[in-house]
Design a protein around this ligand. Sequence first.
Ligand code: BES
Ligand code: MN
Ligand code: ZN
Length: 495
Amino acid sequence: MQITFSSAALPKSGAIIIPIFEDGKKTKAYNDVDTKSGGALERAIKDSAFEAKKGKTLEILSPGELTNSRVILVGAGASKDFTALDAEAIGGAGAAKVLASRDKSAVFAINGLSAKKIDASELAARIANGARMKSYRFDKYRTKEEKKDKPALTKITVNTNATGAKAAYADHDKIGDGVFLTRDLVSEPANILYPDSFAKRCKKLVDLGVKVKVLGETEMKKLGMGSLLGVGQGSERDSRLVAMEWMGGKKSDAPVVFVGKGVTFDTGGISIKPSPGMGDMKWDMGGAGAVTGAMAAIAGRKAKANVVGVIGLVENMPDGKAQRPGDVVKSMSGQTIEVLNTDAEGRLVLADAMWWAQETYKPKTVVDLATLTGAIIVSLAHEFGGMFVNDDKLAKQLKEAGEATGDKLWHMPLTKTHYDMIKSDIADMQNIGGKGAGSSTAAAFLGRFVKDDVAWAHLDIAGMAWNEKDTATIPKGGSGFGVRLLDEFVRANYE
Ligand code: BES
Ligand code: MN
Ligand code: ZN
């Protein structure tokens, strides 16, 4: 998608998109287009039930005396609480309409549009970003789709007098690349994306200046990663551990470390999952996907901070060599784990990935992301990622980054009770709790692999990595949740 900003006259073809506020005050762009169309906009509003509420649109085809294909009015709600995220939603709503048409180009006409909480350049940039985010499509495996059924839109222009729009958009562009990378990874089926092929995709981040290290099974065995390796041992695919280093900050600063669960397919192992919906488990690498996309975003915009992304990549399969329920494994930390349920595998992967990351990079802050539990969906549905955290300041920083980016988090409980619930009769811990609080006991398990004095947050994104339906700026499918969150967290606290 080509994105441009222009203050020239509006083009004579393609779609024109005009945001309008609820209060009835029309923008200069609106009035100009209405006049040129011979009043077609006013007539259309009068003859329809259109109200300029958030997310509402009114499409006017062959608008009066204009040669453009259509004018799309997009409701912006009330101007007084209009935010950057609302601007993105407008971009998404406008783009959605054009994507459903045959138009190749669209222009957002926003002259005169202004709101208290966002300056004109950022407003333009956010509209463009929302439109681009909505235009994502994972269609590489559709070989028979006719051209007429594919969106034709290739060019989005924001028509604005704000001179800083292009500069304001530059970082969003890089962050958007990261979001798209994550959506691609999450969308790939597990016969294409498995630990080794995932690691190879990470290697592409070298082009952005990221240093990428890949550990294979032999190295991991030497390091004593019995917990991670146990999960992968029933699979034909070898496990991998990938570290992506972006050192854009001061040499002396310890890096902030992100760790991602990368189960490229989760059958449940011998504790096998029921067959309906199992295909969803191709995106059980959503945490690793988010960490990889975030590293691409952070490196892409050349963040002045030291950030390392570590992802544990395994496939959880049942076969003759697979781990059994009841097996005891030894993690790199030296702690032993009784594996009572082979479907509680993500935590086993993260245990070693997190330990290795702390040993290797000596971070003061670790944030892990994982599609860890079905229970978090019971708690928070698809509205928030669950945040479990051992440090109040870190909790606040992440919550704020979530609110700023729309990757929202909800602070969940993690107490001594949850740690007590994973005590084992024969090993240092077991990998499942008893009844109840399944997301908190999973978090407590991870907490056993966090070193003293490390501020740590665990983000359970099982309800967020995949969108069952379209939202304002995210088409159905891989959402890219976490990329913008982590990027903003770094920008606000480490740069
Ligand atoms: N990958 C799943 C969690 C999950 C469920 C992610 C639904 C996305 C959507 C995880 O490995 C898992 O199987 N968790 C079990 C844990 C249980 C065995 C303690 C679960 O949630 O049922
Ligand atoms: Mn599982
Ligand atoms: Zn899983």
